[in-house]
Design a protein around this ligand. Structure first.
Ligand code: SF4
Ligand code: ZN
Ligand code: ZN
Length: 299
């Protein structure tokens, strides 16, 4: 590893093999934030006039994103959903308190148990045939959208980074799932008055970069994994990509970036689905009762 920062020659804090670039803490942080701001600008994610809601999990990615947006003067606030995940949740909640002390933004806490009388693990037991992340993902997507609307956010920013995005992409490619491939995007536009625009400003930064950033900035974050985390298949896919990256630095970024050129040329955008209102809650859905209400056992 080159030991000196390419910009100033000071001792390097990090080496990014995908860019063959060694940087000191200051120049790494500067570059990192530049990538986030450039992604926001280039993909028209939001402007400084928009009210942006960050979906905050307590992990290094969403905490790092919230910090960067606040630091650069965006109108940002956070939503944190307490899923009632037992001892893990208590640790997450303590970190969120520290995040609130560290970052001067509004953090709205929303408890699943207080509002729906149920915790995520109880829902997992009710829906044993589904992977917990699929149940949890549906619940979180629904609540994030609903609360963003209620709290007056123009756009929701999530902490998905390159490793997440490249894994999902490879998973879709392995199934040649053209519908999912068309839908994969950095920006999900507002296609219905009750759906909020969703964006992923970290999509070109790796997991390792996110960790280095959180540590460089001294941010509190939850380091341990969720006890119900990802299925074996997605984990194996992430490992394949890590191995590829090890022998061919930059492969992950190239795979993901070039996908959008390929998509534009050969696949095009997905047709917006035909939406109607859920018979139970009135939110947009493709079926009579939305996936969230079905999970909650209503309808
Ligand atoms: Fe939910 Fe899965 Fe994330 Fe855990 S890892 S919070 S179960 S989506
Ligand atoms: Zn430097
Ligand atoms: Zn519903």
């Amino acid at each position: 590893m080159p030991k000196r920062c390419k910009v100033c020659g000071r001792e390097a804090y990090v080496y990014l093999p995908q860019h063959n670039l060694a940087l000191c803490k200051e120049h790494f942080t500067e570059r990192h934030e530049r990538v986030v701001l450039e992604t926001i600008r280039r993909y028209g994610m939001f402007s400084r006039q928009d009210r942006v809601m960050v979906a905050l999990s307590g992990g290094k990615d969403s905490v790092g994103l919230l910090w960067t947006l606040k630091k650069h003067g965006f109108k940002v606030f956070a939503l944190f959903i307490d899923l009632g995940m037992g001892a893990h949740q208590e640790r997450v909640n303590r970190v969120i308190e520290r995040v609130a002390e560290r970052i001067d933004v509004q953090i709205v806490r929303y408890s699943l148990r207080e509002h729906y009388g149920v915790t995520a693990p109880e829902l997992f037991r009710r829906h044993r045939r589904r992977h917990p992340c699929s149940v949890c993902g549906t619940v979180k997507r629904y609540l994030i959208n609903k609360l963003a609307l209620e709290l007056g956010a123009e756009v929701v920013a999530t902490g998905h980074h390159l490793d997440d995005e490249a894994s999902v992409l490879l998973s879709n490619v392995l199934r040649w799932d053209d519908e999912y491939l068309r839908r994969q995007s950095l920006v999900l536009p507002k296609t219905h008055p009750k759906l909020v625009k969703k964006v992923k400003p970290l999509a070109f930064l790796t997991d390792r970069e996110m960790r280095a950033y959180a540590e460089a900035e001294g941010l509190p974050y939850v380091a341990e994994e969720c006890p119900f985390s990802k299925g074996a298949r997605l984990k194996a896919i992430a490992e394949v990509l890590d191995e590829l990256e090890r022998v061919s630095p930059g492969a992950k970024l190239q795979f993901y970036k070039n996908f959008y050129k390929f998509k534009e040329k050969y696949l095009g955008e997905a047709e917006p689905p035909q939406l109607r209102e859920c018979r139970v809650c009135g939110m947009p859905t493709t079926s009579e009762v939305c996936a969230f209400c079905r999970i909650m056992g209503k309808g």
